[in-house]
Each structure stands twice: as structure tokens, then as C-alpha cells.
Design a protein around this ligand. Structure first.
Ligand code: AMP
Length: 355
């Protein structure tokens, strides 16, 4: 695909969660149709998309039919099986490309890639067994965090070690999965940059947001983040470096720790990102539209920030506050249409304009 796609074209999205839902809304606003591929029933994106395929990622016939009906395919989560991607890619372009997925699917590969680019990351070591963990603890020390290399999200698959005595318990928490040990970064706060790159190489970054996590889950993002002008420039330049190195097309989230020694990259997400939801009410063109523009080959939009915003995630029984939230002034509600409220489940978010 070299020419820009025309309105009316079909965008395939692998994954039907809230990110797929908000991508579908943005795509529809530009006249595109979205086709969701999702193994689970009642995907939040299904309510707002043109078509939904409910099938496992192992169903080759369903994948083929899906791909043949799409002009471009993107994804809203990183863990799409490789064989499914191979099959789709033989029929239709996948944006962003496979390299970004390959790197972000494995924390060890990701750390190696980022440090090879000259970016600061936490000290890390590959840990496959108790001996390797003992060696890593000698090199890195404590406090430290043991993380599964793959399939971790929202703080899952992680164990904190305050002393080497915690090693046995932490390793047990990994349930035999390959892991990495990361030195604990003594950061003052966490920020993220949501950056976009188009097929011709143009790059646009949203203003960095400041993130607060609780129990490994993002709670709030506030813009502007507390950053000096130099840190702000560094954040944008390092995001651009990652995008260019990957020859990336689409939106990428870069999570950063702010330390007195500079910015340390925590992780990258090759997709729209929870910490970019504030852009829906703080920018003329939000992260979802920006991603759609990039993958269909349109010019990137104006993502400059026109308001101070705090985004708050609505998690689990935060939904009980809905009657009050709906009455708040200067507050935009975004709900994901999920039927079951469960602890830790992201149900929606609010964007509050701060005046
Ligand atoms: P992650 O799933 O890797 O993004 O980790 C979730 C959260 O755990 C991060 O947003 C940080 O608050 C914290 N965290 C993860 N890794 C480190 C680290 N190496 N040092 C300090 N805090 C960390």
C-alpha cells in the first residue's frame, strides 16, 4: 500500500477491547469502516465497528476471510500469535510493522533494542532459573523487580524484591516463565510520550503526560507533566529515535521514568496507549485519529495541546460514581460498554479540563 486509502476503505483491527473501540470511532469519523477480529464474545469495539469476526487466532479460514476484506490491518494489543500475523501479512499490509511487535512482546529483546539505540534503561539481566537470579541479584542488587519476559500487562507477572531473601518467592510468582530482573529506578515521577509517524517518515508527538499508577495499573495522566524544557525536548527526541529506528507507522507509547540523571525508558507499546486518552479532549486531533491517519497514509493531524487535562481511569467499582461523574462540569466521560464490572477491570475514563 503506497497511496493513501480513500474514505470507505476497510481497516482491520486485531483485538476488540476499548482501544479498538476508540480507534473504530475515530476511523468512522474519517469515513472508514472497521472490521474487528476478536476471539472473545461481546467485544467493546463490536458496538461501534462495521463488522466483527469472533474466532480464535488459530482459525486460518477466519483469518484469511478477515484479511481479504481489509485494506490495511492494525492491532490494539501486542500478543497476537506470530502464525496469525504471518497469514494476514501475506494478504494485506499490517501497520505498524512486525518488528515493533517482535521487540515489544519480549521485555528482554525490548531492553536490548533500546539500549542499543543509546537510550537509558533500568539495569537488567536475563533470568531463567534460581542460579541466574542469584547472579543477577549480585550484579544488580536490591530493590529490584522480577518480570516475566512476555505477556505482562498492568503490573501482572511482576514481583518486587527488597532483599535477596525474596528470591525464592519471586521466582515462584513467575510460574516457570522466562523472566528478567530489573534494578529499581529511584524516579521522582513517571511520564509518557505518545508519538506518531507516517509512512513518509513525518513524526508528531503529543505533549508528554505525567502518569500515576496504583497496584501496577494506570490511575491518572496529567498534562502538562512536570518536566523542564530540556527534559521535554529529550522525551520527544528519544521517541522520534525509536520511531525512526523501527521505520514505524502509527502511534507508539513510550513510558519513561524521570530521574535526576535524566529520562529512563521503562517500556514501549506499539499502539495507542492508555496514557494518551487525555488527547481526546485536550487536542484537535487525538491519538486514535492520529493512528488511523498514519496507517491509512494520510498527513498526520494537529496534535498540539489546547487545554490542561487530567485523565482518570474508571476501574472496577469506580463505576458506582457514575451519577456524580456525569454531573461534573468540564468533564468528558468515556465508557467502554463492558457489561461485567470486575476488580481491576478498566471500565472507562474521564477527562477533566483543568482551568
Ligand atoms: P511495567 O508493567 O513494566 O510498566 O510496570 C508497571 C509499573 O511498575 C511502572 O509504571 C512503575 O511504576 C513500576 N516499575 C516497573 N519497573 C520499574 C523499575 N525498574 N523501577 C521502578 N519502578 C518500576
Amino acid at each position: 500500500m503506497t497511496d493513501p486509502l480513500a474514505p470507505g476503505s476497510t481497516i482491520g483491527i486485531l483485538g476488540g477491547g476499548q482501544l479498538g473501540r476508540m480507534l473504530s470511532v475515530a476511523a468512522a469519523r474519517l469515513g472508514f469502516r472497521c472490521h474487528i477480529y476478536e476471539p472473545g464474545t461481546e467485544p467493546p469495539a463490536g458496538d461501534v465497528a462495521h463488522a466483527v469476526t469472533t474466532a480464535p487466532y488459530e482459525d486460518e479460514a477466519a483469518l484469511r476471510a478477515f484479511a481479504e476484506g481489509c485494506d490495511v490491518v492494525t492491532f490494539e494489543f501486542e500478543n497476537v500469535p506470530t502464525a496469525a500475523l504471518d497469514l494476514i501479512e501475506a494478504l494485506v499490509p499490517i501497520r505498524p510493522g512486525r518488528e515493533a511487535l517482535r521487540i515489544s512482546q519480549d521485555r528482554l529483546t525490548e531492553k536490548e533494542y533500546l539500549s542499543d539505540l543509546g537510550l537509558a534503561v533500568a539495569p537488567y539481566a536475563d533470568v531463567s532459573d534460581a542460579d541466574a537470579l542469584a547472579r543477577a541479584l549480585t550484579d544488580i542488587g536490591t530493590p529490584a523487580i522480577l518480570k516475566t519476559r512476555r505477556f505482562g500487562y498492568d503490573g501482572k507477572g511482576q514481583a518486587r524484591l527488597t532483599s535477596p531473601d525474596d528470591a525464592e518467592g519471586a521466582l515462584k510468582d513467575m510460574q516457570g516463565a522466562p523472566a528478567i530482573l530489573e534494578g529499581f529506578i529511584d524516579f521522582s515521577h513517571e511520564v509518557s510520550v505518545i508519538a506518531a509517524r507516517g509512512p513518509s517518515g513525518e513524526v508528531a508527538c503529543f505533549d508528554p503526560g505525567e502518569n500515576v499508577h496504583r497496584e501496577g495499573i494506570l490511575r491518572t495522566t496529567t498534562v502538562p507533566a512536570r518536566l523542564s524544557a530540556a527534559q521535554r525536548t529529550d522525551a520527544v527526541l528519544l521517541a522520534g529515535r525509536i520511531l525512526n529506528a523501527l521505520d514505524y507507522v502509527g502511534v507508539l507509547g513510550v513510558e519513561l521514568f524521570v530521574t535526576p540523571q535524566g529520562l529512563v525508558v521503562n517500556e514501549i507499546a506499539p499502539r495507542v496507549h492508555n496514557s494518551g486518552h487525555w488527547t481526546q479532549n485536550g487536542c484537535t486531533v487525538d491519538q486514535f485519529e492520529q493512528h488511523i491517519r498514519a496507517i491509512v497514509g494520510w498527513p498526520l493531524g494537529d496534535g498540539s495541546r489546547h487545554a490542561d487535562v487530567t485523565m482518570e481511569n474508571l476501574i472496577g467499582d469506580d463505576m458506582d460514581r457514575l451519577p456524580e461523574l456525569a454531573k461534573e462540569v468540564d468533564t468528558a466521560l468515556h465508557l467502554y460498554g463492558k457489561r461485567d464490572i470486575k476488580p481491576g477491570r478498566k471500565m472507562g475514563h474521564v477527562n477533566r479540563i483543568v482551568r
